[in-house]
Design a protein around this ligand. Structure first.
Ligand SMILES: [Ca+2]
Length: 158
């Protein structure tokens, strides 16, 4: 199995109750296939209410052919085939993170599957600054015209 890394400073992706304003979330990716930039994961693009569409223009895509290489954003974090990091304007207590996995109809298999989620209040390079929330197997999206979120990650107030 392949490990994919999702890194969170603190706070969450698009939706929560109350949601963290998307203008306070900076999404950074290990790589990008232009123009499918990381920002599209955290800017509300493709969302109508809590449903996301299946237009690839509203989704992030890593560069192709990641092969067997392993990456991490900085020392102290686990490595994986690729990673996404969500950086916030300040430290938040986190509730839930909702994930809409890749929903491009012909390419739902491109979504994240085996992921490790780590968080930090400092984002530094020392392993002691990072905490592992857990390892997760994310659901594959259906590719339907609109979908509810595919996964909920519970931070439970960390
Ligand atoms: Ca989007």
């Amino acid at each position: 199995m392949t490990t994919i890394v999702l890194l969170l400073f603190t706070a969450l992706n698009a939706a929560a109750v109350p949601a963290i304003d998307t203008s306070n979330v900076l999404a950074i990716a290990e790589s990008t296939s232009s123009p499918y930039f990381a920002a599209l994961t955290a800017d509300g693009s493709g969302l109508t209410g809590d449903l996301h569409d299946n237009d690839d223009d509203n989704m992030w895509l890593s560069a192709p052919d990641r092969g067997t290489a392993s990456y991490n954003p900085n020392p102290g974090t686990v490595t994986g085939v690729t990673w996404l990091r969500f950086q916030f304007d300040k430290v938040y207590k986190l509730g839930d993170m909702w994930i809409w996995n890749c929903n491009e109809t012909a390419w739902v298999a491109r979504g994240f599957k085996d992921v490790t989620i780590e968080y930090s209040t400092t984002g530094g390079s020392s392993p002691s600054e990072w905490h592992t929330l857990g390892e997760y197997e994310l659901a594959q999206a259906s590719g339907a015209a609109t979908i509810p979120h595919t996964d909920e990650i519970h931070f439970d107030g960390v």
